[in-house]
Design a protein around this ligand. Structure first.
Ligand code: ADP
Length: 259
């Protein structure tokens, strides 16, 4: 029998399948989230990659913003618990996690067992989130995947003083009109996000080692900017965006064990 963790985010759907022996059988990411066909697609894709049928799945644990909307789940867990469990599995030495997803930022401190000790979240605002970066990329007419490379070629980050998405958007437009180099604008955007995230890190308290989870961690330029702001190395696992789904799958896996 198999256990499945599904992370239904605001922006992307993620899933992981674990065997009875605790081996990760498959992982899948579909770049559309709750309220779309993303969750059903990612679930089907993860099963397909593991070479199993729905009837082979004993337990499904859901997490993420849209976790209550997926039919057929056995239980659900908070994103905080799942990211903590997922990162603790991927990078056991980590004690501080910075998770930046499509619509929120969470800073968590965990102990050696992967249990949450403290956390701080952003208010209900897109500033500093994946949505903020998605919007800025659109204004600059580039893909979010190109932001990292662009910022690493910058000479001097442009000053972006607003963290509010609406105001920052008009600041970016006026920089473009003023012929400021695209690379410098992107570096300025990263710096503004990094400053906002660093203030949350300070509020939560930092303990070594530090890791990032969530899709935004794939942006190396932003990670580098954040390292400068918090004066600490940040570890990023290649499965950073899957941390929540993996944590959920590990919770589901507990139900495969004899009582
Ligand atoms: P959620 O769980 O809220 O849906 P995720 O943790 O899946 O969010 O992260 C989604 C965000 O990750 C997107 O808003 C996007 O900005 C960012 N992202 C995804 N892939 C990449 C990439 N290759 N490079 C940079 N950013 C990325």
């Amino acid at each position: 029998m198999f256990a499945v963790g599904i992370d239904i985010g605001s922006t992307a759907s993620k899933a992981a399948v674990i065997t009875e022996d605790g081996v990760i059988a498959s992982k899948a990411i579909v770049p559309i989230g709750t309220g779309t066909v993303g969750p059903a697609r990612v679930f089907a894709e993860a099963l397909d990659r593991a070479g199993i049928a729905r009837s082979d799945v004993k337990w499904i644990t859901a997490t993420g913003y849209g976790r209550f909307s997926f039919e057929g789940i056995n239980d659900q867990k908070s994103e905080l618990s799942c990211h903590a469990k997922g990162i603790s599995h991927l990078l056991p030495q980590v004690r501080t996690i910075i998770d930046i997803g499509g619509q929120d930022i969470k800073v968590m401190r965990i102990n050696e067992k992967g249990t949450l000790v403290n956390f701080v979240m952003n208010d209900k605002c897109a500033a500093g989130t994946g949505r903020f970066l998605d919007t800025m990329a659109k204004v600059l007419d580039v893909s979010v995947m190109d932001l990292s490379g662009l910022s690493q070629r910058a000479e001097e980050p442009a000053e972006i003083s607003s963290t509010c998405t609406v105001f920052a958007e008009s600041e970016v437009i006026s920089k473009l009109a003023g012929n400021v180099k695209l690379e410098n604008i992107v570096a300025g955007i990263h710096k503004s996000v990094a400053k906002r995230v660093a203030s949350l890190v300070q509020r939560c308290g930092i303990e070594q080692q530090v890791a990032m989870s969530g899709g935004v961690a794939l942006n190396k330029g932003l990670v580098h900017s954040l390292e400068e702001e918090i004066h600490s190395r940040i570890y990023v696992h290649e499965d950073c965006q899957l941390a929540g789904a993996l944590g959920a799958a590990l919770y589901a896996w507990d139900h495969l064990q004899p009582a």
